[in-house]
Design a protein around this ligand. Structure first.
Ligand SMILES: Cc1cc2nc3c(=O)[nH]c(=O)nc-3n(C[C@H](O)[C@H](O)[C@H](O)COP(=O)(O)OP(=O)(O)OC[C@H]3O[C@@H](n4cnc5c(N)ncnc54)[C@H](O)[C@@H]3O)c2cc1C
Length: 421
C-alpha cells in the first residue's frame, strides 16, 4: 500500500563511508534499503581522507594538558591545530566539553571504546569489499608512527602505553632498519614505531563508490536529495522528507557525517557535533614517498601512498562548515612532506598537485554516536566518527544492522550513546 511505512524500505541518509557500510550490512540481512544523499556517494569527508584503517588510532584528540595549548591554537593559523577567532563563540560549548573530557580517567575509557570499534575494521570490511569486487582498494601493509628524533620517540611513552594496554602490537623501528623499510625518508629521521596489523584504503572515494554501486546492483535505491526532516506518528518515524518530496520509511538511519546534528535534533537528541576541518595535498607521480602509510607524530600529519599519488593529510581547524578554506594549511602539509621525503615535488606544479578541504564529524570526546534515537523506536544514528570514520565504517555498519535485526551489537555501544552528553 503506497505510504504504508511498515512495507517501506529502510532509509539511510548520507552516502559517505558510514552510510554505504550500513547499507551493505542491512542488505546482507535481506532488508530493502534506500540511500539518500544530496551529492555523489563519497563526496564528503570520505573522499579525501588519509585512508588509514588504524586499529591503533585510539588516542582521543583531547588529552590531559591540552588546555594549555588552546591559546596557541588561536594565534597560529597554520599550526597543526587551529581555531578561528570568528568561530570561537560558536564552538565554545564544544570546546568546554572537549577540555572537561581531557582527564586521564576519561581518556582510558575513550581509548578502550575506540579500540573495540576500530580493531575489527579489516575483518568487517572483508565481506563487503569481496562482494563489491573492491579487494584491490583495501590493503594490510601496516602503519608507521614516525618521530622527529630519539627524544620525541622516547617522550611518546604515554600514547604508546595506552595502545599497548589495549592490545595493539607495536614494534620499534630504529636507525638502519627504518631506512631499509623507508628508503626515501630523510636521513635525519631515525626513530619510528610500526603497527603491522593496520591497513589502508588506496582510494577512499573509489571504495565508497564501489560499495554504493554494489548496493544498487543488489537492489538498493540510490536517491539524490537533501533531507530536511521527518514525518512521525507517535514514537515512529514514518517518512523522510527531502526538499522535493516525502519518502515512506520503515526505519531511518542518520549517517550524514558533519551535517547530522540538525537531523538528530529533530529525532529528539541534542548532540554537540561540530567539525574538525582537515586538508589534504595529493602529489601525482611522486618522486619520493613512503612505502608504508606513515603518521608523522611531531607534525600531526599523515602520508599515505595511494592509487592517485602520494596523499598528505592532516591538520585540525575549528572554523565550522561554512568558512572558506585556508589553503596555506594544505601548503604546510606539502612543505613538511618535502622535509620527510627530500626530492618530493620540488616544483609547485599545479598540474600534479591538488588540495582538498574536508569536514571531520567530531564530538568533543572523540567518540562517534552509534545507536538508537532516544525518542523514536525506529530511528538510528551512525555519525560523528571524527578522525577514524574510514576505519570505523565497517564495524559501524555491522552494529546498526545488528540493532535493526534485534541482535546484540557486535561491539558494546554504551560509550557511543547519544544520551551521554
Ligand atoms: C584530512 C582528513 C584525514 C582523515 N584521515 C582518516 C584516516 O586516515 N582514517 C580514517 O579512518 N578516517 C580519516 N578521516 C576521517 C574520515 O574521513 C571521516 O570520519 C569519515 O569520512 C566520515 O564519514 P561519514 O560517512 O560519516 O561522513 P561523509 O563522508 O562526510 O558523508 C556524509 C554524507 O552525508 C551527506 N549529507 C549531509 N547532509 C545531508 C542531508 N541533509 N541530506 C542528504 N545527504 C546529506 C553528504 O553529502 C555526505 O555525502 C580523515 C578526515 C579528514 C578530513
Amino acid at each position: 500500500m503506497p505510504g504504508d511505512s511498515s512495507q517501506a524500505p529502510i532509509i539511510v541518509i548520507g552516502a559517505g563511508i558510514i552510510g554505504v557500510c550500513v547499507t551493505a550490512y542491512l542488505q546482507r540481512d535481506g532488508y530493502e534499503v534506500t540511500l539518500i544523499d544530496h551529492g555523489e556517494p563519497g563526496s564528503g569527508a570520505s573522499s579525501g581522507n588519509g585512508g588509514i584503517l588504524s586499529g591503533s588510532s585510539i588516542i582521543p584528540v583531547g588529552m590531559p594538558g591540552v588546555a594549555a595549548k588552546v591559546p596557541g591554537w588561536l594565534l597560529d593559523a597554520e599550526g597543526p591545530f587551529t581555531l578561528r577567532w570568528s568561530y570561537l563563540p560558536h564552538i565554545a560549548p564544544w570546546l568546554l566539553r572537549f577540555l572537561r573530557g581531557a582527564t586521564r580517567a576519561k581518556v582510558e575509557v575513550q581509548a578502550s571504546a575506540l579500540r573495540t570499534l576500530l580493531k575489527p575494521s579489516l575483518e568487517n570490511y572483508a565481506p563487503l569489499v569481496r562482494d563489491a569486487s573492491a579487494t584491490h582498494l583495501v590493503h594490510q601493509h601496516g602503519q608507521l608512527y614516525l618521530y622527529a628524533n630519539e627524544q620525541s620517540f622516547s617522550n611518546d611513552v604515554r600514547n604508546t602505553d595506552i595502545r599497548r594496554r589495549n592490545g595493539v602490537a607495536i614494534e620499534d623501528v630504529i636507525g638502519p632498519d627504518l631506512h631499509d623499510l623507508e628508503p626515501d625518508l630523510g636521513k635525519s629521521f631515525t626513530h619510528a614505531r610500526l603497527v603491522r596489523a593496520n591497513g589502508h584504503v588506496s582510494d577512499p572515494r573509489a571504495l565508497v563508490q564501489a560499495l554504493a554501486a554494489h548496493a544498487t546492483a543488489r537492489g538498493a535505491t540510490l536517491l539524490r536529495g537533501r533531507v530536511t526532516g521527518f514525518e512521525c506518528n507517535g514514537a515512529q518515524v514514518t517518512a523522510v522528507v527531502t526538499e522535493e518530496r516525502r519518502h515512506a520509511a520503515s526505519r531511518v538511519v542518520v549517517a550524514c557525517g558533519a551535517w547530522s546534528k540538525p537531523l538528530a535534533e529533530q529525532l529528539g537528541d541534542r548532540v554537540p557535533l561540530d567539525t574538525e576541518r582537515g586538508y589534504n595535498v595529493v602529489v601525482k607521480g611522486p618522486e619520493k614517498g613512503p612505502r608504508t602509510p606513515t603518521l608523522y607524530v611531531d607534525g600531526s600529519f599523515g602520508a599515505t601512498p595511494m592509487d592517485m599519488g602520494l596523499r598528505l593529510v592532516g591538520t585540525v581547524e575549528l572554523a565550522g562548515l561554512d568558512a572558506p578554506p585556508n589553503w596555506k594549511r594544505a601548503d604546510v602539509l606539502l612543505k613538511q612532506g618535502r622535509v620527510l621525503y627530500p626530492g618530493l615535488a620540488p616544483e609547485d606544479d599545479a598540474s600534479r598537485i591538488t588540495r582538498w578541504l574536508g569536514f571531520r564529524p567530531s564530538l568533543p570526546d572523540s567518540l562517534p554516536v552509534i545507536g538508537p534515537s532516544s525518542r523514536f523506536a525506529n530511528a538510528y544514528y551512525a555519525f560523528g566518527h571524527g578522525h577514524v570514520g574510514m576505519c570505523g565504517g565497517s564495524t559501524t555498519g555491522r552494529v546498526i544492522a545488528d540493532l535493526i535485526a534485534g541482535r546484540a551489537p557486535c561491539v558494546p555501544i554504551e560509550p557511543f550513546s547519544p544520551k551521554r552528553f
